[in-house]
Design a protein around this ligand. Structure first.
Ligand code: NAD
Ligand code: GLY
Length: 368
C-alpha cells in the first residue's frame, strides 16, 4: 500500500488514487520526493502560465523546487501571510491581484503550495478568476494531504463564521510529497491526525483499530505507516466525494465534529486553536451527545477520546468560551436547514449518521 522507494534522493514511484466524478476524474499522487520528480506531476499544468500561491513558512522550503519543475512555464508567485487569521477575502484579493499582474488567461493554473489555509484560499481564487481556472493542490500539512486538498471545497472565513464564502472547485490534480512532512511542526502534525481518526470514526472501524495499534509510531513519523495512513484517508475521501460531490447527502458525514469545531475556532479567535484540534474536541462532543441521546455507547465516546489523546490532541473545549456563544455560532453552520440544528452524530466507532433537528438543549448540555 505504501509508495515504493526507488532509491536516489528519496524519490519514489507515486501511488495514484483517482477521484472519479462521472465523466471527470483527477489523480491524487502520493510519494516521497515527488517535488524532485516533476515528471510525475508536471502533466497537471496544462497551459503556458502558472501562479504558485504559498506563505512565508512553506515557500523557503519548497517553492524553489516547484518553480524549478516549471521552467518551461511563465511562473509567478504570491506569498500570503501565514495562518487561519489570514484565510480572508483580503488574501483572495491578493491572489486576484497577482493573477491580474501576470496577466493570467483562462488557461493559467493556480498551484496551492501549503496547508489547508493556502489550499482553500488558492482554490477559491482559482474558482473565481475568469469564472474558473485550473488549480493543482500541493498539500504540505498532514491535514491538507488527507482532507482539504481533495474534494474541491474552497473558501475563506468571515468574522461571523468559518468557510462561509466559497465554491466547489475540483483541483486538476493533488500532488502529495510525503517528504514535506519532515519540516512540519509537531503541533501541526498532531492536528492532522484528527482528520485521519475521523475516517475511522465515521466509517471504518478496522482503520480505527489500525490507528490504535500504530498511534505512537505514526506520531514518530514512521514513513511507511504515514504513507499508509495518508493513502487510506485519501481513498475514503475520494470514494465519498465521488458519490456526493456537492454534499447533497453522504458527504456531510465528513463533517463529524466540525459544527462544534468550527464554532470553537470562531469563538476562540481564528488561529488560537488549530483546525484539527477543534475537530478533535468537536468529535468528542458529538460522540458524547450521541451517547446522551441514546444513539451510541458511552464507551465508544471514551474510546475515541482515548485515541485522540494518544495523538496529543485536546478532547475538551478550552476554558473561557461561553457555551451560549458556541451554540449561537453553531446556528449559522452550512448544514442547518429551516433554522433547525443538523449535526453529524454516530452509532459508535465506524458508524456516523446525519441527525436533523437535534435538540438544542441537549447540545447545550454537552457544551458544559
Ligand atoms: P495551515 O494551512 O494553517 O498550516 C498549518 C501551519 O503549518 C501553518 O503555519 C503553515 O504555514 C505551516 N506549514 C504547512 N506546511 C508546512 C511544512 N511542510 N513545513 C513547515 N510548516 C508548514 O493549517 P492546516 O491544518 O493545514 O489546514 C487548516 C485549514 O484547512 C482550515 O482553514 C480548515 O478550515 C481547512 N480545511 C479545509 C477542508 C476542505 O475540504 N477544503 C478540509 C479540512 C480543513
Ligand atoms: N472536509 C469536509 C469535506 O470535504 O466535505
Amino acid at each position: 500500500m505504501a509508495p515504493q522507494r526507488t532509491g536516489g534522493r528519496g524519490v519514489s514511484a507515486p501511488l495514484e488514487i483517482a477521484v472519479a466524478l462521472g465523466a471527470r476524474r483527477y489523480p491524487i499522487r502520493i510519494g516521497a520526493g515527488l517535488l524532485d520528480q516533476p515528471a510525475s506531476w508536471r502533466d497537471a499544468i496544462g497551459g503556458p502560465q502558472a501562479l504558485v500561491v504559498s506563505n512565508a513558512a512553506v515557500a523557503p522550503h519548497y517553492l524553489p523546487r516547484v518553480c524549478a519543475a516549471l521552467r518551461d512555464v511563465a511562473c509567478a508567485t504570491v506569498i500570503l501571510p501565514d495562518g487561519e487569521a489570514h484565510k480572508t477575502l483580503d488574501s483572495a484579493v491578493r491572489v486576484f491581484d497577482a493573477l491580474a499582474a501576470m496577466p493570467a488567461n483562462r488557461d493559467a493554473t493556480v498551484i496551492a503550495l501549503g496547508g489547508g489555509v493556502i489550499g482553500d484560499i488558492a482554490g477559491f481564487a482559482a474558482a473565481c478568476w475568469m469564472r474558473g481556472i485550473a488549480c493543482v493542490q500541493v498539500p504540505t500539512t498532514l491535514l491538507a494531504m488527507v482532507d482539504s486538498s481533495v474534494g474541491g471545497k474552497t473558501g475563506v472565513n468571515l468574522p461571523q463564521g468559518k468557510n462561509l464564502i466559497g465554491a466547489f472547485h475540483q483541483p486538476r490534480a493533488v500532488v502529495i510529497d510525503t517528504d514535506t512532512l519532515a519540516t512540519l511542526p509537531a503541533r501541526e502534525l498532531r492536528a492532522g491526525f484528527a482528520e485521519v481518526v475521523k475516517y475511522g470514526a465515521i466509517g471504518d472501524a478496522t482503520f480505527f483499530a489500525w490507528l490504535e495499534a500504530h498511534a505512537e509510531a505514526l506520531l514518530a513519523r514512521d514513513a511507511a505507516l504515514l504513507a499508509q495512513a495518508i493513502a487510506t484517508s485519501c481513498r475514503h475521501k475520494a470514494a465519498i466525494v465521488a458519490r456526493d460531490e456537492t454534499e447533497q447527502g453522504e458527504r456531510a458525514l465528513l463533517n463529524f465534529g466540525h459544527t462544534f469545531g468550527h464554532a470553537l475556532e470562531t469563538c476562540a479567535g481564528y488561529g488560537t486553536l488549530r483546525h484539527g484540534e477543534a475537530v478533535a474536541i468537536g468529535m468528542c462532543l458529538a460522540a458524547r451527545l450521541s451517547a446522551a441521546l441514546g444513539r451510541a455507547p458511552a464507551a465508544d465516546a471514551e474510546r475515541l477520546a482515548a485515541l485522540l489523546r494518544r495523538f496529543g490532541l485536546p478532547t475538551e473545549p478550552p476554558a473561557g468560551i461561553a457555551a451560549d456563544a458556541l451554540l449561537s455560532t453553531m446556528r449559522i453552520d452550512k448544514k442547518n436547514r429551516a433554522g433547525r440544528l443538523r449535526l453529524i452524530l454516530w452509532r459508535g466507532v465506524g458508524r456516523a449518521e446525519i441527525a436533523d433537528g437535534v435538540d438544542a438543549a441537549a447540545v447545550r448540555d454537552v457544551l458544559g
